[in-house]
Design a protein around this ligand. Structure first.
Ligand code: C5P
Length: 409
């Protein structure tokens, strides 16, 4: 995806710098050329030798190196790349960028560039939340700098919260979105697209839950495709192992009821796509403490039905999205079942997966496979697409919905 592109990666001095080594590999794998600048502090965390070995290029770390200036001046270095990426973007680097400082090669290059800049912040949670950092961030955003992450989670310093650098694969995807999306048409610009994805977890007691094998791959791919088409995207996702695509707002949830509330809170939307595998049932009551094995009979699990999120939104009187799309996994009589579901749920389109085909959906192994064979079922009939990757399904579905909505006011 990045063949022929050159990335100038500026590595700041933070513990997350070790992930930048993996980022270099990710970018090379995708065909990009990677040239790196290390700040002085970064050299305390990763060695220029590792960076040079992985990038296969000379590493720059000193503004006043005579040889470097003769071989490639810092101005040329800043312009020879297609994109500048700062990862990790430390609090210090962000502050210096926001002020337009030029005290070292990293800062000078960022000031001298005429290319887009993407930052992947990484710092302690309190440093991230500090008004000074948030002020600097607002300045950088105002200057047109893009951002990926930071993610929430455990930090190297032992604290928990936002501040973890985005994972290398997430940063690579954001870089692709910056570069590959450049100049592409944005048919959903100005639109809000709401997507549900992943499974839901329904607690039985504090340690056990009912779940399913949904990977979230299809829903996340749809969110990414909608963002690439220029939409503002809200992704309401159950627990999944994959990162949220760059440029979408992730609302993480666990249960079906939380998913419904998050969806309702995210409205209004122009398009709502319900790709989540919502658990149909939940435990009638959640035990306050862990249910113990006893000598008696196994405890009975009594279930109650979860709200149908798709049907609830599709049947809303006011504030119903203009296009409501559902998914249906079918193994037989696909068109018939999906058409019935379309009417029952009150949605505009059902994307029916033929999960009886090997290589797609569940039956090809497990939910979570890469390929999907889908049929689009609407009031105007059934359109069948050939087996394709989930990313292709997502891109085609978004293009289809954008075309349907072309005459929106
Ligand atoms: O009824 P069934 O589960 O087959 O319908 C699948 C479609 O309905 C999917 O789009 C799924 O996201 C949605 N759904 C929902 N809430 C539920 C059950 C399913 O939004 N409780």
């Amino acid at each position: 995806m990045l063949h022929g592109k050159t990335i100038l990666l500026i590595i700041g001095g933070g513990i997350a710098a070790y992930k930048s080594l993996e980022l270099i590999r990710e970018l090379k794998k995708r065909g990009a050329g990677v040239r790196c600048i290390l700040t002085k502090a970064a050299t305390q965390f990763v060695t220029p030798l590792s960076v040079a070995a992985l990038s296969g290029e000379k590493v720059y770390d000193d503004l006043f190196s005579l040889t470097d200036e003769v071989e490639m001046g810092h101005i040329q270095l800043s312009r020879s790349a297609d994109l500048l990426v700062v990862a990790p973007a430390t609090a210090d680097l962000m502050a210096r960028m926001a002020q337009g400082q030029a005290g070292d090669l990293a800062a000078t290059t960022l000031l001298a560039t005429d290319k887009r800049v993407l930052i992947a912040p990484a710092m302690n949670v309190r440093m991230w939340n500090h008004p000074a950092t948030q002020r600097n961030l607002a300045v950088l955003k105002g200057d047109g700098v893009s951002m990926v992450g930071p993610n929430e989670g455990d930090m190297a310093c032992g604290e928990y919260g936002p501040g973890r650098m985005a994972e290398p694969a997430e940063i690579a995807a954001a870089i692709e979105a910056e570069l590959v999306g450049q100049g592409a048409p944005k048919p959903l610009a100005g639109r809000h697209v709401l997507v549900t994805s992943g499974p839901t977890h329904e607690p039985i007691d504090p340690v056990r839950y009912i779940a399913n094998r949904s990977s979230g791959k299809q829903g996340h791919a749809i969110a990414a495709a909608a963002a690439a088409a220029g939409a503002r995207v809200t992704l309401v996702s159950g627990p999944v192992a994959i990162p949220a695509p760059a440029g979408v707002t992730l609302v993480p949830v666990e249960t079906a009821r939380q998913m419904l509330s998050a969806v309702e809170a995210a409205l209004p939307a122009d398009i709502a796509i319900f790709a989540a595998a919502v658990a149909d049932w939940r435990a009638a009551s959640e035990a306050g403490g862990k249910i113990k094995k006893g000598s008696g009979a196994a405890p009975a699990l009594s279930l109650v039905e979860n709200p149908d999120i798709l049907a609830t939104i599709a049947r809303r009187g006011s504030g119903r999205p203009a296009l409501v799309v559902g998914f249906a996994a079918e193994t037989e009589k696909l068109a018939e079942h999906a058409t019935a579901k379309l009417a029952r749920k009150g949605c505009d389109l059902i994307v029916a997966n033929d999960v009886s085909l090997s290589g797609s959906g569940i039956a090809g192994g497990v939910m979570g496979s890469e390929a999907n064979a889908v049929h689009l079922v609407s009031s105007s009939g059934v359109v069948s697409w050939p087996v394709m990757s989930k990313d292709e399904v997502a891109a085609r579905l978004i293009a289809h919905l954008a075309a349907l909505g072309a005459d929106w006011t």
